[in-house]
Design a protein around this ligand. Structure first.
Ligand code: URA
Length: 243
């Protein structure tokens, strides 16, 4: 059950503008509540009843996005480069709660990335307890030796500056320098560091699947995104529904 909130709070938390902007829009007659002109920013309403300039509000009850991260963009302000958020409507940056990425992809990795303001969804996708695998396609600088699949599956591989071994990961070799790898955890730059540990170097990396959700089934191009209800997305990831 959604609860009523002050109109000015709804609009400012959805990133539309500050309370003084909302007051101006109300005075100008641009805000409607249930088909009638809004009277005051302090009136308590359901977000679903509100229209601004003739349009329903944008994802008033939570925002979850599946994004095809392009190469050369960064997930965090701490890194240098073009932020992934520049591919989304500017208004989304003003939302409270904010959307944040579920895990990260590094600057030189493209592919599936989920962003959400739903803390529970974020936790379900990242927590090892939920066993959501992530699949990557990898191109390597050096020819594969043939024993990498065994090493990665062993559960004994320890990465530089770590002391717990990586969980077993499944490597499928698809060519002399190409493979897919399925991980069951998410450590910093994990795929690159795993191949580094076996004397190779990743020259291109794409995340193609998160659980049962695949980039291919979504058909979104680099830099594009699609919004989902959090429940629907979780079912797609768990494979309990298909696209
Ligand atoms: N492994 C990496 O090395 N980079 C990523 O972005 C994701 C997994």
């Amino acid at each position: 059950m959604q609860k009523k909130e002050r109109l000015e709070k709804i609009l400012s938390n959805l990133g539309y503008g500050a309370r003084k902007d909302v007051a101006y829009w109300i005075r100008s007659g641009w805000v409607m509540v249930n088909g009638e002109k809004a009277k005051s920013g302090s009136q308590k309403v359901l977000a679903s009843e509100v229209m601004l300039e003739g349009k329903a509000l944008d994802h008033p009850y939570g925002l979850t996005v599946v994004y095809h991260k392009p190469l050369d963009s960064v997930c965090s302000r701490k890194e240098e480069g073009r932020l992934i958020y520049s591919d989304f409507p500017e208004r989304w940056l003003g939302r409270k709660p904010a959307i944040s990425s579920v895990g990260r992809l590094d600057k030189q990795t493209s592919g599936l990335l989920i962003l959400t303001d739903d803390g529970q969804l974020n936790h379900k996708i990242t927590s090892p307890k939920h066993h959501i695998a992530k699949t990557y396609t990898v191109t390597l600088a050096e020819t594969l030796k043939g024993d990498e699949a065994e090493t990665f599956a062993s559960g004994t591989l320890i990465l530089d500056s770590e002391d717990t071994p990586c969980l077993p990961a499944e490597l499928t070799v698809t060519g002399e320098k190409t493979a897919t790898i399925v991980l069951h955890e998410g450590r910093y730059h994990q795929v690159r560091r795993m191949f580094g540990a076996v004397g190779n170097h990743v020259s291109s990396l794409q995340r193609t699947d998160i659980g049962a959700l695949s980039l291919q089934s979504l058909n979104i191009q680099a830099g594009e995104y699609q919004t989902f209800e959090a429940d629907t997305l979780l079912n797609l990831i768990l494979g309990t529904t298909a696209i």
